[in-house]
Design a binder for this molecule. Structure first.
Ligand code: PMP
Length: 337
């Protein structure tokens, strides 16, 4: 056995209010529910082919590439798994900014690589870390999870020119598609973009994620995918959502309103980092104590070094969180940051 100590997921599956998982709370329109009702049991006995081909066609059209440039997996998590397995030799270095998505070091370790982090989320910090560590792969989320920071195209294209491979994980990019790196895949032959149906499309339980890259890399990575790695039922569900003419725009607008409203509310208790995601990062003076207090009340948020990350959408839970933090600050004399 290897000497590893990795978290086993789900680490804790909290009961209560889940503001910690960035799950969509957008209410499903009836027209979509009606279509989902039309799924039948007839083809459960078959390995899936047609619905997945259709998914490739539809998703390729949605992001503006050819189906040959896509890989699909069990969430974008599987795509991170595949990309690290396929690219890393033992001890190869993977670099991410700090903070970034918690799964990057885990998948790097599984792939026998070594994960390092830059000192912060700055472009300069990344360039310096590249000079120090000479990573084989840059792995970062854009928008950044947990802060919501958007890297610019200029920063990312320059970073791409400094390393053998760069993976830009665009899990939250459907909210701001104009900032995507997908149009630059044709120019940067080492660029790999990850996307998911879990966030803006609201389908975390359907477990569908994508890799988007050039045909040559896509062909290489395809060798590392197990046969029939996604369910045809999941593909059919995604096809319904992708075919709907207005669903995505509706959920984007709903999230824009929610974000604006709750950013304003949380500004009264901490500094809210501007974001275009389905979560907010609230910087606080005593994040750990506030997080503990909310957890005691069964309101689960994501604990971060300088604040908490809160999923937006469940207004009852957000009210509870907001009031609880306010009361906590009044009693513990925590000052606004
Ligand atoms: N990347 C980022 C940045 C995420 O925040 C998440 C989920 N929280 C994922 C990837 C994985 O999402 P999924 O496997 O559901 O596509």
């Amino acid at each position: 056995m290897r000497q590893v100590e990795l978290p086993i997921y789900p680490v804790v599956y909290p009961t209560g209010h889940r503001l910690n998982q960035n799950e969509s709370q957008f209410p499903l329109p009836d027209r979509i529910k009606n279509q989902l009702d039309s799924l039948t049991y007839d083809d459960l006995h078959e390995y899936p082919v047609e619905p997945i081909n259709e998914l490739f066609e539809q998703y390729a059209a949605y992001v503006g590439v050819t189906p040959e440039q896509l890989l699909v997996g069990c969430g974008s998590d599987e795509m991170i798994h595949v990309v690290t397995q396929a690219l890393l030799a033992p001890h190869d270095i993977v670099l991410s900014p700090a903070p970034d998505f918690s799964m990057y070091p885990i998948f790097t370790t599984i792939a026998h690589g070594h994960h390092v982090q830059a000192v912060d989320l700055s472009y300069e910090g990344m360039v310096k870390a590249i000079e120090t560590h000479h990573p084989k792969l840059l792995l970062l989320s854009n928008p950044n999870n947990p802060t919501g920071k958007l890297w610019t195209v200029e920063e990312l294209t320059h970073l791409a020119s400094l390393v053998p491979y760069i993976v830009v994980d665009e899990a939250y990019m459907d909210f701001t598609p104009d900032a995507s790196m997908i149009p630059f895949i044709a120019t940067y032959s080492n660029l790999i973009v990850l996307r998911t149906m879990s966030k803006a499309f609201g389908l975390a339980n359907v477990r569908i994620g994508f890799m988007v890259t050039n045909c040559e890399l896509a062909h290489y990575f395809r060798q590392f995918i197990p046969p029939f790695n996604i369910s045809g039922v999941s593909a059919k569900i995604c096809n319904i959502f992708l075919k709907d003419a207005t669903y995505l725009q509706e959920t984007i607008e709903w999230h824009d309103e929610m974000r604006q409203k709750w950013a304003q509310a949380f500004e009264t208790i901490g500094h809210v980092i501007p974001a275009t995601t389905n979560f907010l990062y609230v910087e606080l003076e005593q994040p750990e104590a506030v997080w503990d207090h909310l957890t005691d009340l069964n309101v689960h948020t994501s604990k971060q070094p300088t604040g908490i990350r809160v999923t937006i959408g469940d207004e009852a839970a957000l009210h509870l969180a907001h009031t609880a933090i306010q009361q906590y600050m009044e009693t513990s004399h925590v000052k606004n940051s």
